[in-house]
Ligand binder design. Structure first.
Ligand code: UD1
Length: 423
């Protein structure tokens, strides 16, 4: 069985890595004669900087991609079209049985669309399309990711779901139940696998947070700090919105050291909007590099690799973010999170986890931060976020393939856990 796994942008890498790892462990454990899975890793190149891509390959022990499409940046249409053109050639050459796409980025939707329309031969054979992290909905069509989610889900043959809300969304949209599997969250598989390694990171010292030695050689912060990430076009592309958000976090940013690993888009917008006075740039201004943070301002650092970022999240007093995945990771780490958005496609992080929506107005953000700083967090790890999502996915895929071989085209065999949690 040949499976193409597509990655393209930063949030894809930690979702795909445990699936590849599960495949290679399964292959290694097979007796002679059993069918191996041949994985083919395709990187579209949507993200290409060392900090946005390469760092994740080494941190997550990802093998080098078998194919790199090198599409780079562009408008949504140009980027999507370029991925489609180049991915079509790969599909025709490799002719995989299954294409796995993860998450909600442009690469996810572009490759699903190509796979849905390809014909390997005159009979019109095409690969099965499997979507990992299916069914999430923000109900906000102004988000490019929402279009990507809806299109990808409606093209997919197998939809792997991370939380209960996604099951309801897919049912409401008329996706047949037989295609949908509640398997858990592969991003949390990565978190659980690499948490220990992340604890050895020296990032706290590097960003100027005083650190002391904890157990097992891990580092603990000597002082509480806030971790901030902002990259959504809706939040940083307009000066007024970006400024409003900065005003909303200013009180906490002047009370706690605030570390801001800054996405390339946001770095550009800080300069373009002339908002530098809110920030210090220790990596740019060599004077401050490596020294204890003194100034009352937000500390801009380069985007961090996976292990360093997990370490920064784990020890933070509070995380403020507009990312999707960070809402889930902070829930699992038990760290309070304020999401600088009006909605979330991951409602389980609000109902079970440590997340609250702060909106994008200065007062609502300030209120959410204050509430989170005094709240006594009792996080409940969401159902199935147990580090075994990738194992369930591979079990379902291999069962499906076996059935296909026997020409049983309808109905897939679902593992017990998936069936029972759906009912
Ligand atoms: C993409 C995803 C978003 C995800 C985010 C994580 C879509 C629609 N959006 O947004 O869901 O949360 O990744 O980062 O797919 N750039 C670089 N170097 C890079 C990559 C990007 O400088 O390696 C800059 C370029 O100026 C580019 C801009 O960032 O134009 C935006 O990159 P793009 O991949 O288009 O979208 P993201 O904002 O990163």
């Amino acid at each position: 069985m040949k499976i193409i796994i597509v990655v393209g942008a930063r949030p894809n890498f930690m979702k795909a890595a445990p699936i590849l790892d599960t495949i290679s462990r399964r292959n290694a454990s097979l007796r002679n004669g059993s069918e191996k899975i041949q994985p083919v890793l395709v990187h579209t190149g949507q993200h290409y900087d060392a900090a946005m891509s390469d760092a994740f390959f080494s941190d997550l022990n990802l093998p080098q991609p078998d194919t790199f499409l090198g599409v780079g940046s562009g408008s949504h249409a140009a980027q999507t079209a370029e991925i489609m053109k180049r991915f079509e050639e790969v599909l025709l050459r490799e002719q995989p049985d299954i294409v796995i796409v993860v998450g909600d980025v442009n690469s996810t939707m572009a490759c699903a669309l190509v796979a849905a329309k390809i014909s390997y031969n005159a009979e019109g054979h095409r690969p099965l399309i499997a979507h990992v992290e299916a069914g999430l909905r923000s109900f906000d069509r102004s988000m490019p990711e929402e279009s990507n989610r809806v299109v990808t889900d409606h093209l997919s043959d197998l939809l792997f779901v991370t939380e209960e809300s996604a099951l309801k969304n897919l049912e409401r949209e008329g996706i047949p139940k037989e295609r949908v599997f509640f398997v858990g969250n592969t991003m949390i598989d990565s978190l659980r696998t690499f948490e220990g390694k992340a604890a050895q990171s020296k990032i706290l010292e590097r960003v100027g947070i005083s650190a002391k030695n904890g157990n097992n050689g891990s580092t603990q912060p000597g002082t509480p700090y806030v971790l901030l990430t902002l990259h959504r076009p809706a939040n940083v592309d307009r000066r007024e919105t970006f400024l409003e958000i900065l005003e909303g976090i200013w009180d906490v940013a002047t009370s706690y050291p605030t570390i801001f690993p800054t996405h390339p888009r946001t770095q550009k917008q800080i300069v373009q909007h002339k908002l530098e006075s809110y920030f210090t740039f220790p990596e740019r201004d060599s004077r401050g590099s490596g020294q204890e943070r003194q100034t009352k301002a937000i500390t801009v650092v380069e985007p961090q690799g996976y292990l360093d970022f997990v370490c920064l999240m784990k020890h933070a007093r509070l995380v403020i973010t507009d990312s999707g995945g960070i809402q889930e990771e902070t829930t699992c780490l038990g760290v309070p999170c304020v999401t600088v958005r009006e909605n979330t496609e991951r409602p389980v992080t609000l109902t079970s986890g440590t997340n609250v929506l702060g909106g994008t107005r200065r007062d609502s953000i300030r209120d959410a931060i204050q509430r989170q700083l005094v709240r006594n967090h009792k996080t409940v790890i969401p159902e199935m976020w147990d580090g075994k999502a990738s194992t369930r996915i591979i079990e379902i895929l291999t069962a499906r393939k076996d059935l296909q071989k026997r020409n049983v085209l309808q109905a897939s065999r679902v593992d017990d856990a998936a069936t029972s949690s759906r009912n």
